[in-house]
Design a protein around this ligand. Structure first.
Ligand SMILES: [Zn+2]
Length: 335
């Protein structure tokens, strides 16, 4: 069993994306959004079978935790009402994919967020999606799209959402959306900077003292964190925090979306494998073929296969860790 903890519906039917553009342009002009278009199951089925499902089968992963396209969440656009309607539309589409392919996908939801707004809408949508069987959510630590106007993830602002996540026993993947700041390239600059910045926010605070069962997945290999592991261990020491293993690493997990062998080898060298979840972010940020290997950059299973780890550790990273972090998967995996 191989569980890919990080997949996005990047191949949605065009009518869905067109509706979002129409919704935002209606918001700008102060008019009502058009009705959401109807889409047939065949269209949704084809958009998955020809893309994510085909690649998963070719590469050998079994189940993908599937969420709406992260770069299209666009929490910095519109307002909390447009964000709410958009999140509902995106999550409903994920639910349809899961219904069509229940053995291959489990849902993770987009949360309606908007800069400076309370998290009530996000909690409502989390509840709605949990009731639909979703196993996790994506939490945007910077809904401003690159201005970092939200408080750090350790701030009480976020606590009502954490409270509900703990009650529902759901994890959150910490995932920014598109960049509205030209100094940040979205997937090459902003995503990785956010992953790294959030880890440091968590290091500075004591969030998991207040929420000992909260689980956060920092994607893209944890940004720059594993490469600078000594820096973070040293900062924990300087800031009079417990060692990272106690302070953060019972609650924080990284995926394998680093797209080359030395990056994966480094992760296994510096991290406890209990903190590594298999992920590919496919079809996503980096879609090309690595000329030095002849394989897709995001075919991350190849790197895990080639890493110098025991079969037991490989199994742990492929499935057992994901089931620990996303316990609602257990219900889906019962034969
Ligand atoms: Zn992603």
């Amino acid at each position: 069993m191989i569980i890919d903890c990080h997949g996005h519906y990047t191949t949605v039917p065009v009518a869905h994306t067109e509706w979002r553009a129409a919704q935002l342009s209606a918001w700008e002009s102060g008019s009502a959004a058009p009705a959401y278009p109807s889409m047939g199951d065949d269209e949704i089925r084809a958009s998955i079978e020809d893309n994510q499902l085909r690649l998963a089968r070719e590469r050998g992963s079994d189940l993908t935790i599937f969420s709406p396209r992260a770069s299209a969440m666009g929490h910095h656009l519109g307002d909390i009402r447009t964000s709410t309607a958009w999140a509902q539309a995106c999550n409903d589409l994920i639910a349809r994919v899961v219904d069509l392919f229940p053995a291959s996908f489990a849902g993770a939801c987009q949360l309606p967020q908007s800069p400076g707004q309370p998290l009530d809408a996000a909690i409502d949508e989390l509840n709605r999606c949990a009731a639909m069987g979703f196993v996790g959510c994506n939490l945007n630590p910077d809904p401003s799209g690159g201005s970092w106007t939200a408080p750090p993830l350790t701030d009480p602002y976020w606590y009502p959402l954490y409270q509900r996540l703990c009650e529902l026993d759901l994890p959150a993947m910490v995932h920014v959306s598109a960049s509205s700041n030209p100094a940040f390239h979205a997937t090459g600059g902003y995503y990785l900077a956010a992953d790294t910045a959030v880890f440091m926010q968590l290091l500075q605070g004591d969030l998991f003292t207040d929420f000992p069962t909260l689980r956060l997945v920092i994607p893209h290999g944890g940004g720059a964190v594993p490469f600078h592991w000594g820096r973070y261990r040293g900062l924990a020491d300087m800031l009079d925090k417990p060692p990272l293993a106690e302070h953060l690493m019972r609650n924080v997990f990284f995926d394998t979306c680093v797209y080359h062998q030395p990056g994966i080898d480094l992760m296994f060298e510096v991290l406890d494998p209990a903190n590594i979840l298999f992920g590919s972010e496919m079809v996503g940020a980096v879609r090309g073929i690595d000329p030095t290997t002849g394989h897709y950059f995001d075919d991350t299973k190849r790197y895990v296969e080639a890493a110098a780890i025991t079969p037991e550790v490989r199994e742990q990273v492929y499935a057992a860790n994901a089931i620990q972090v996303y316990p609602r998967l257990r219900q889906l995996l019962v034969p």
